[in-house]
Design a protein around this ligand. Structure first.
Ligand code: AVJ
Length: 323
């Protein structure tokens, strides 16, 4: 597939995952011993808007804390990097955080990878004219399936940007593999700038994932609404209830959808029954210590360069280079 030229400095490559693949994946995860859904299915246009609403609640500290860290330290980061580069961002969403780096770094290129085609197109069509000196290569893709990106000739060093503590969505074994994939993506002369949410009181975490306006609940339920829209499954959203809690032993926040009424749904041409009392696990959000996370970066082939925390030590941003 060839990239399309949308603007003088914006190309678009559509690798949107085939619907049949999504249907089979959803069917098998709902049929598993622990019924679950991959959190990537949160993010259609509606889900991205709901996540945005979450980030503006007083309870949800990660986004605003990380944004502040990036704003305050972007210049120091640029000095440490001391090279021209291309930013590659898996799961870029609306590219809000990249804007901070675009403003303060003047990179030569920016390549967002995003599963929601609408978000990606809206964001890059807006951004590209505002940064005419940056080459934008938008790629619509499920980065959890294949973390490979188009390469040009005479490439500049890449900085892989993975903010938001999305790394916390991965189970420990998968996380290790994914960080190694990010190391591959960065290349031997590349860098990684990554956000990791930190351990804190269970009360604070509970509030962040149970905001009083109900945006997190709506976000969680939207995973079913999205699957209805995309795959015509026939979930009755009223039969499900949002649950989020801190699992101390696993050091993660868990989100679930508790089913209160028998559900007959259709996926990939098959019927599936979710009986009352079934709980569908929709997300894990692991929390870290700076020391543990730095060690994980080393294990994945990175050399940590710097790490920035806010005053309350709520959130961490790590800069590393390929070792
Ligand atoms: C996108 C994974 C960083 O775990 O905090 C927010 C998603 N889920 N509220 C997180 C989320 C519920 C978020 N990440």
């Amino acid at each position: 597939m060839q990239p399309r030229q949308l603007l003088p400095n914006l190309t678009f490559l559509d690798l949107y995952p085939p619907t049949a693949d999504a249907a089979r994946e959803v069917l098998s995860s709902l049929n598993a011993a622990t019924p679950h859904l991959d959190p990537k299915y949160f993010y259609d246009e509606q889900g991205s808007a709901l996540f945005d609403a979450i980030t503006r609640t007083p309870e949800y500290y990660p986004t605003r804390t990380e944004t502040r860290l990036l704003r305050e330290h972007a210049r120091a980061m640029a000095r440490t990097l001391d090279t021209e580069l291309t930013i590659v961002e898996p799961g870029a969403g609306g590219c809000e955080k990249a804007r901070i780096l675009l403003d303060q770094w003047q990179p030569r290129g920016y390549m967002p990878l995003e599963i929601s085609r609408e978000c990606l197109l809206d964001a890059t069509r807006q951004l590209a004219p505002q940064y005419p000196q940056v080459q934008f290569q938008a790629v619509c893709a499920d980065y959890s399936q294949a973390l490979t990106v188009p390469t040009g000739h005479q490439e500049l060093p890449r900085l892989v940007f993975f903010p938001g503590s999305t790394i916390g969505n991965f189970e420990p074994v998968a996380r290790r593999a994914f960080l190694t994939d990010l190391r591959q993506l960065a290349g031997d002369n590349g860098f990684l700038l990554i956000g990791a949410d930190l351990h804190k009181s269970p009360e604070r975490l509970h509030q962040a994932y149970n905001d009083s306006a109900g945006h997190t609940a709506a976000f969680n339920l939207n995973i079913l609404a999205h699957l209805n829209r995309r795959l015509d499954c026939g979930f009755d959203l009223d039969a499900f209830e949002h649950q989020a809690f801190y699992n101390e032993q696993q050091q993660r926040v868990e989100m679930h959808l508790q089913c209160h009424r028998d559900q007959h749904v259709q996926i990939a041409g098959e019927s599936l029954i979710l009986s009352a009392g079934t709980r569908v696990h929709t997300e894990n959000s692991y929390k870290f210590s700076v020391e543990d996370f730095s060690r994980e970066l080393v294990t994945a082939g990175f050399q940590p360069l710097s790490c920035w925390l806010d005053d309350e030590a709520l959130f961490s941003v790590h800069l590393a280079r390929a070792a």
